[in-house]
Design a protein around this ligand. Sequence first.
Ligand SMILES: [Zn+2]
Length: 272
Amino acid sequence: MRIIYFITITVIQRNKILGMGVNLSGRIYYATALSYSFFYFNEEPLSKIIESKVGIRTFLENDSRAMAYGEFCAGVVNGEKDVLFLNLDHGIGLGIVMNGQLYYGKSGFSGEFGHIPLFKNEIICHCGKKGCLETEASGWALTRMVQEKLQEGSSSVLTGRKSALPEIQLEDIIAAAIADDMLAIELIGAIGENLGKGIALLINLFNPELVILGGSLAVTGEYIRLPIKSAINKYSLSLVSNDTQLKMSKLGERAGIIGACLLVRNRMLAIV
Ligand SMILES: [Zn+2]
């Protein structure tokens, strides 16, 4: 296992490692140690399986929630207590911090923002339902839209880089946008508008001080932030959204790692 190899080569002595945090996407609750979306083994907690192999106390967390916590403790958050963190990647994740605490909900599954039925379409989502926000506003939707446009004959730097359309990945589209590709920029704008509609709904519900845009799509910067901001202005109640700041993640891809470490520290200290 790569984890065991990493622990072997790291400069930190094994007996100094208090615990290990594992971030996964999907429905996960640290308190039951079960991962329902990936590696679900007949009610046997995934963390216990990892612990038995590695020999270190292990805690699971939803990736977006860990990223939210990392950003809250060591990132762009500057004293704000009510914060929403969007993990914009292939899917759409949401970490909710309310009054300075991560919000889990009754069963630990809060934040299923990507699966609110906001659109009337016939696109089947990964969750099995149709019309979810993810079908029109995620990296997965962006990849589909780019492939459709290229099939219709749109020109883009992407066509020269890959021989077959299905080979075009989200990373390629992000790189193309950063390299000023018009098609990539236009379609990032389109999913940004759709995302902003969903975020306007969140702002109306939570009245947060700060909304953070993170995940791989956040590296496109203003290309995604401006259409989101414009849609928030259009769709949210101005009295509610006036005091809500919209910022990009400061930690980038390190947010989840830092969040996982800090959450393990909290749990180990609470347990001891
Ligand atoms: Zn869905």
